[in-house]
Design a protein around this ligand. Structure first.
Ligand code: PLP
Length: 458
């Protein structure tokens, strides 16, 4: 752990303690835009650079040990370098990493997905979650022969052209640089938790598919009302739209069968990535046979006029298949999710106790094995019992709190304490411990104290 005695401000301490990361970042910025390879890793003045990871921890280039709440952007349910996954990968490495052909590993992997995910009667693998949502939308459009995809404010479905409308506030923004207006015109965005507005839009008759994160936007940052998923299931059936659950984060995390098993609502199609590929690059689309069959080769007329095409050099590559099969086989045991959920509950409770003790503006919330933090002037004490989370937030709240400089300062303050948060929150893996949670809560207490001392809540 770092736990260096505070010498100056949070920012000046960071410049000193993470000097090597700063050096890496300056080098990176000359050849990589903003020096980062994922927009989500942006941290001002510079992000930490990592040299090694094991279990629930990782080590920065500066030699600092960090508790890691990013865990591979949520893909490492069993933590870094899980011995079972690593040895499956080693075995596969010795047999080759790409056959330009089918292989047994992809069949076993698909069979395991079908066994675990209620909606998955058939599976197609992809290179990433973004590709999985792209394929899901194409299948929905091909199956219904309609055009428009309906999505919800704040829900993230990767960075492909049909996914970015309404993803970040202001949700009503009609343009995204680099994406043709014509493309954006084929996507409709509505707020979540409003069945009347949803039905009004569905009744216009042009909706091919409805996609959402079944946890609520951004892994439960904006929770869904208790009955919203069932309303959505009923309405999409009524109006003949394909219901797509984007389970890239929730799949195998919310339960062995994802959010759909946890909430008992089965979509038509499910997109997966992250845990499904055991931390390796990879994703999948699973769904009803009659929809997945849109991808099948049949007679010449069908192939030319109706078949939905899909390719991808790295789809189901043997290395991802080995990691993915091993990972989801282990994730089939519900005590895995229970362990992670319990740690997250303990974390959310502990963090909220710290907020109360300091009488600081903010709160922690979340579901399953994730936690979110809202800190600063805009954070209010939310008691909207109508939402699934007792302190539920709305899309309107996200508009005011997302990406606030204070959240970045908290992230930096926590780095100085040996903790790497992820998107002002984090996710748990089985390698995390009660001790990690206790250290994190204690560290958060000190960071809030420093922020108060620096006058950040004034
Ligand atoms: C819900 C959701 N869908 C899709 C994606 C995109 O997945 P990928 O980053 O593998 O392209 C993400 C990534 O975080 C996600 O959280």
């Amino acid at each position: 752990m770092v736990q260096a005695p505070a010498r100056g401000s949070i920012l000046s301490d960071y410049e000193t303690e993470f000097a090597k990361s700063k050096e890496f970042h300056e080098r990176a910025r000359t050849v990589i835009p903003s020096g980062i390879t994922h927009d989500g890793r942006h941290l001002s003045p510079f992000p930490p650079y990592i040299v090694r990871a094991e279990g629930g921890h990782k080590w920065s280039a500066d030699g600092q040990e960090l508790i890691d709440y990013g865990v591979g952007h949520g893909s490492l349910l069993f933590g870094h370098t899980d011995p079972d996954i690593i040895s499956a990968m080693h075995r596969q490495l010795d047999h080759g990493t790409h056959y330009s052909a089918g292989h047994q590993g992809e069949i076993a992997w698909a069979e395991k997905v079908v066994e675990l995910i209620p909606s998955a009667e058939m599976v197609r693998f992809t290179g990433s979650g973004t590709e999985a949502t792209l394929l899901a939308m194409r299948v929905a459009r091909g199956y219904t022969q309609k055009t428009t995809i309906l999505k919800f404010e704040g829900h993230f479905h990767g960075w492909q052209d049909y996914a970015l409308k309404g993803e970040k506030p202001p949700f009503e923004r009609a343009t995204v640089p680099g994406i043709p207006a014509e493309t954006l015109g084929t996507v409709a965005v509505v707020p979540s938790n409003d069945p009347a507005m949803l039905e009004e839009r569905l009744s216009q008759g042009d909706i091919a598919g409805v996609i959402l994160e079944p946890s609520g936007a951004s892994w439960a940052t904006i929770p869904l009302k208790e009955d919203f998923l069932q309303n959505l299931r009923d309405l999409t059936t009524k109006y003949g739209a394909v219901l797509i659950f984007d389970e890239v984060i929730t799949g195998f995390r919310w339960s062995p069968g994802g959010a759909q098993r946890r909430y008992g609502v089965t979509p038509d199609l499910t997109t997966m990535a992250k845990i499904v590929a055991g931390g390796m690059p990879g994703g999948a689309l699973g769904g009803k046979r009659e929809m997945m069959e849109m991808i099948e080769f049949k007679d010449a007329t069908w192939n030319k006029t109706r078949r939905v095409p899909q390719a991808g050099t790295y789809n189901a590559n043997p290395l991802a298949a080995a990691a993915g099969l091993t990972c989801i086989s282990k994730a089939a045991d519900p005590s895995v999710q229970q362990y992670c959920d319990d740690l997250a509950t303990k974390m959310r409770t502990g963090l909220n106790q710290v907020f109360s003790r300091h009488d600081a503006p903010g709160f922690a919330w979340g579901e399953s094995s994730v936690f979110h933090l809202d800190i600063g002037q805009n954070a209010t004490n939310r008691t909207d019992g109508d939402l699934r989370s007792p302190e539920g937030v709305s899309a309107e709240d996200l508009k005011t709190s997302g990406g606030a400089p204070l959240a970045q300062l908290v992230e930096i303050g926590m780095l100085l304490e040996g903790i790497h948060l992820f998107h002002a929150g984090g996710m748990f893996c089985t390698a995390h411990t009660d001790e990690d949670v206790e250290q994190t809560v204690e560290a958060f207490d000190r960071v809030l104290g420093r922020l108060e001392a620096e006058g950040k809540f004034a």
